[in-house]
Design a protein around this ligand. Structure first.
Ligand code: NAD
Ligand code: DAU
Length: 331
């Protein structure tokens, strides 16, 4: 199988590339990645010299670039995105361009290449905040922040390409991922980074917002399954099944690092903050998938991984210095 992975130098992308190279001998993986602040060759360092992996630096918003990268591909896993909600609040420009326009370019390139599968990686955030029963795939999309709105727009466009053009699109809707190589602007690695430096942890609002954590290894297994066995035109929820209020997650981080709870500081809330995400993933379960990584041991191992990779965190956070200064000023 010849596979194009967009965003393969990011958090989930690099884990997915490693997973597919380990699980499928007869595969050629081409990564297309712009190497924004969030992406780095560092994240793929241990597999970059695998002859089955090819790295192309380029922007999915450029039609010629993405068409050339998709040329000869049997399938595409589309992960490239501006993935951070807080950044999309400061400015939605990059998210609109990459997540919506860039996805459009990927869908066009997939048509031109005649791929057998396009796995479009969306998010649980497209459903909006969950105030009742966990969302199922047929629920309406009601995104509430600029990031999730761009992702929902791309989901609709992807589905339209299935209906109108017969593009064999499968949509994945994963919940909050955690694990190695996550860029340290997201809750878990960011708070590990701050706690290691004895800096306060800026908890938005009361910290009782609920997230359903999915280990990135479980996620990658689900993505490979959907790539090979997902039904075209269908969407699939992927959850960890571990709903936790943020404060409970933060307390585990502090405990694992041996740091005091006094580092917690409640700050101004994120505008449009979704209070809870929750999904039913039984449609994916029917294909034989279930999460395997147990939450508490998974997060503790993840915290230790970040603590053991301080040089990597140093380089990654240096790339985001201006953002951290702007967003956390006064928080
Ligand atoms: P990430 O920010 O860690 O990585 C994104 C990657 O995309 C980076 O390598 C970046 O360089 C690349 N990229 C960005 N813009 C690009 C462009 N214009 N052209 C080419 N490459 C570009 O993100 P992630 O957490 O790995 O998320 C991957 C995908 O999964 C995204 O689509 C995201 O919306 C989705 N998702 C993430 C989570 C999560 O918890 N991290 C949960 C659900 C869904
Ligand atoms: O649910 C899936 C989504 O999960 C993905 O689509 C996104 O790409 C990914 O970034 C993530 O979005 P969240 O907004 O849920 O993740 P984040 O790590 O930014 O925040 C997790 C929770 O922690 C959220 O309730 C906000 C809170 N938080 C986060 C940060 C960075 C804080 O309280 N303080 C912080 O400084």
């Amino acid at each position: 199988m010849r596979l194009l992975v967009t965003g393969g130098a990011g958090f989930i992308g690099s884990n997915f590339v490693r997973h597919v190279l380990a699980e499928r001998r007869d595969v050629h993986v081409r990564v297309l990645d712009k190497l924004t602040y969030a992406g780095s060759r560092d994240n793929l360092a241990d597999v970059l010299d695998d002859a089955r992996l090819e790295f192309v630096e380029g922007d999915i918003c450029d039609q010629a670039t993405v068409e050339s990268a998709a040329d000869g591909a049997d399938a595409i896993v589309h992960l490239a995105a501006e993935s951070h909600v807080d950044r999309s609040i400061i400015s939605a420009e990059a998210a609109v361009q990459t997540n919506f326009v860039g996805s459009f370019r990927v869908f066009e390139a997939a048509r031109a290449a005649g791929v057998q599968r396009l796995l479009h990686v969306s998010t649980d955030e497209v459903y909006g905040a969950c105030l009742g029963e966990p969302f199922v795939e047929t629920d309406p999309l009601e995104p509430r922040n600029p990031y999730s709105a761009t992702k929902a727009g791309a989901d609709h466009l992807a589905h339209s390409y299935f209906v109108t053009h017969g593009l064999p699109v499968v949509i994945a809707r994963p919940s909050n991922n955690y694990g190695p190589w996550q860029y340290p602007e997201k809750l878990i690695p960011f708070f590990v980074w701050r706690a290691l430096r004895d800096e306060h942890l800026p908890v938005y609002g009361d910290g009782m917002q609920v997230r359903d954590w999915l280990h990135v290894e479980d996620h990658c297994r689900a993505l490979l399954l959907l790539l090979e066995r997902g039904a075209p035109g269908e969407a699939y929820n992927i959850h960890g099944g571990d709903e936790r209020p943020n404060l409970a997650t933060i307390r585990i981080i502090l405990d694992e690092l041996g740091k005091p709870e006094g580092l917690i500081r409640h700050v101004e809330d994120r505008p449009g903050h979704d209070v809870r995400y929750a999904m039913d993933a039984s449609k994916l379960g029917a294909l034989g998938w279930e999460p395997r990584v147990e939450w508490e041991s998974g997060i503790r191992a993840t915290v230790r991984w970040f603590a053991e990779h301080r040089d990597w965190m140093e380089r990654a956070t240096a790339r985001g210095k201006a953002y951290f200064e702007e967003w956390y000023a006064g928080r």
